[in-house]
Design a protein around this ligand. Structure first.
Ligand SMILES: *Cc1c(COP(=O)(O)O)cnc(C)c1O
Ligand SMILES: [Zn+2]
Length: 420
């Protein structure tokens, strides 16, 4: 393996195909197209067999040939290989034959799928000699950059919209990161970060490091295939903020097929957005190839990106795979959170409520046929977005520590079971 590049060949423009060195850069100088990592698939094929993968530790780095670091990973070495749960009770409620939950609500260390992208971005940032890392975040990315930077001894600056949930803010501050709250939407945070990245020599995980960072999302798809017994699911439902995760799930299925690790199969990738920030799903439903930017207003703050960087490519993936998109209201998001919790004992954040709610709609409309099998990507943990549920999940019934009062409570409940 080449010590400088590993299994990577170059950065390549998605639009014109021009190649660039494997540095901290993310746009083509000619057409401003996004740069993507290109790999040496012949060498990967020789090294990455099913039995080689299965002999490795149970984390995302068991697919290391397809992840963009030159040497061994140094940050986030335990991230990934989260549970894939067969969700029979939820399947019944949603009216589908077979349903699986890919549960990144319990990803390590910060309870969201962002640990995947950050472990790649920070490992690569260290290889490129950076000592300060940064990000523009809707919350979970900030948490993961803060935590992983702390454990790697890197300095961290995280930039967030100032109106984020308390859980997300505290989960960044506790690691000692420099947390900067911007009075504005994520798009404004992101624009400022692009300016800062041009001036300071920092590794911005989702700006100048974006080509490497985004590749980390593929690991979620690799794991789904392996955990299904080396099969591509017929339907995968993915929440969309920038749209990057959705495009990378598709790429992961394609790469595993190309490498002969899984047999060629038809599949659809579907996208989920909150109605209060749905530029991609609105365009998909109208049959358009381009989205119109929006101003977000939703409880699903982790998905509140009004100008999604990969929206165009997400629309393309859905078109190519026969996937659909839809969006759900704040109330439907809360219903989705409760449904997953009550059926499967999994507490997801608002983004997960979006995914469950949209799955319900797509199954009800027949866009996902009732006789098929589907995987829901649950990407974050409900303990971080408690604010969204306050006043919406019932209340505790308080009594004094007296058996008589308890018995009175039970009796009242038996008489009117809905009183709770
Ligand atoms: C960031 C995020 C997403 C979506 O990410 P994109 O790749 O930008 O579409 C989904 N779910 C959660 C919980 C997130 O934090
Ligand atoms: Zn180009």
């Amino acid at each position: 393996m080449d010590k400088q590049t590993g299994f990577m060949k170059a950065l390549k423009c998605r639009e014109c195909g021009r190649e660039y060195p494997l540095a901290a850069t993310h746009v083509c100088e000619f057409d401003f197209g996004p740069l993507e990592v290109a790999y040496d698939y012949d060498r990967i094929k020789a090294s990455m067999t099913r039995s080689a993968i299965q002999s490795r530790s149970k984390n995302m780095w068991r697919y290391r040939e397809l992840l963009p670091v030159a040497g061994e990973p140094t940050v986030g070495c335990e991230v990934g290989f989260t549970p894939l749960i067969k969700a029979d009770r939820l399947a019944k409620r949603l009216g589908i034959r077979e349903l699986w939950i890919k549960n990144d609500a319990v990803n390590y260390p910060t309870l969201s799928f962002k640990d995947r992208v950050v472990s790649v971005a920070l490992s690569r940032a260290k290889e490129l000699g950076f000592t300060t890392v940064a990000c523009a975040s809707t919350g979970n990315l900030a948490n993961s950059v803060a935590a992983n930077a702390a454990s790697a001894g890197l300095k961290a600056y995280v930039f967030i919209p100032s109106d984020l949930e308390l859980g997300k803010v505290l989960n960044s501050l506790v690691y000692g990161a420099n947390v900067v709250g911007i009075k504005g939407h994520y798009d404004e945070v992101n624009r400022l970060c692009a300016e800062i990245a041009g001036k300071y020599n920092w590794a911005f995980v989702n700006v100048n490091m974006r080509p490497y960072y985004a590749e980390g999302s593929k690991s979620m798809g690799f794991e789904i295939i392996e955990q299904l017994g080396w099969k591509i699911p017929q339907h995968t439902i993915v929440p969309m903020a920038s749209g990057s995760l959705l495009t990378k799930i598709h790429k992961s299925y394609q790469e595993m097929t190309k490498l002969g690790l899984v047999s060629d199969a038809e599949y659809s990738v579907h996208g989920a957005q909150p109605a209060g920030c749905s530029p991609i799903s609105v365009a998909q439903k109208a049959g358009l190839d381009f989205f119109k930017p929006v101003k977000p207003n939703t409880i699903a703050k982790s998905l509140a990106i009004g100008t999604p960087a990969d929206g165009f490519y997400a629309l393309k993936v859905m078109k190519e795979t026969g996937g659909a998109a839809d969006d759900v209201t704040d109330d439907e998001i809360r219903d989705g959170i409760k449904l997953l919790a009550e059926c499967e004992g999994i507490f997801t954040e608002t983004a997960g409520g979006v995914t469950v709610g949209v799955a319900k709609k797509l199954i009800a409309s027949g866009k996902i046929p009732a006789n098929d099998s589907a995987v829901l990507c649950i990407t974050g943990n409900g303990l971080k977005t408690l604010d969204a549920l306050v006043g919406h999940v019932g209340h505790t019934r308080e009594i004094r520590p007296s058996l008589r009062e308890f018995e009175a409570l039970i009796e009242a409940e038996t008489k009117s079971p809905t009183a709770a």
